[in-house]
Design a protein around this ligand. Sequence first.
Ligand SMILES: Cc1cc2nc3c(=O)[nH]c(=O)nc-3n(C[C@H](O)[C@H](O)[C@H](O)COP(=O)(O)O)c2cc1C
Length: 174
Amino acid sequence: MELLNEMLKRRSVRNYTGEPVPYEKLMMILKAGLSSPSGKNKKPWEFVVVEDREKLMELSHCRKGGVRMLEKAGCAILVFGDTEKTDVWQEDCSIAMTNMHLMASYLGLGSCWIQGRLREVDNGESTDTFCRKLLNVPDNFSLLALLSVGIAEEKPTPHTEDELIMSKIHCETF
Ligand SMILES: Cc1cc2nc3c(=O)[nH]c(=O)nc-3n(C[C@H](O)[C@H](O)[C@H](O)COP(=O)(O)O)c2cc1C
């Protein structure tokens, strides 16, 4: 099954060459995010693409201990949700993240989900506030996560069907 194979191939990649992400591929990734389903079709997400190296270096301090992978990523896509538009913005934005992560893999790029919500920077400020200040994001938006994207330093090993934990599937009762 072709789609399942693509899903199994998707891995989290944290080491990049520092090369930029080709524009056409970046657009495909963003379109994958925009094509996500959302509760009541409200599409509460906004994506901020950061390619500027200096800004990526600043973003690498968005979490306690730092996020080294951003230093050599081709770009970061930050996903913000409009908290006033819907109470399911976290679910909606998570689906957009997943679709973009999968599309990046399909296009032969490395990417990794970086948790933003509920995380802090070294001085105790929330990762959300840090990123919103850096990127001029209005107050009614909250950060769900960042997707680092880039050319992988090493080709990741795909998952295999054997790894799937079939016992997590329950029939009729738990
Ligand atoms: C909600 C969520 C948050 C994650 N946060 C981080 C993170 O902050 N940093 C990181 O390196 N990986 C993060 N990951 C990636 C996971 O560690 C990774 O998906 C998991 O270990 C499985 O590996 P795989 O993606 O290669 O299959 C996150 C993934 C998800 C879905």
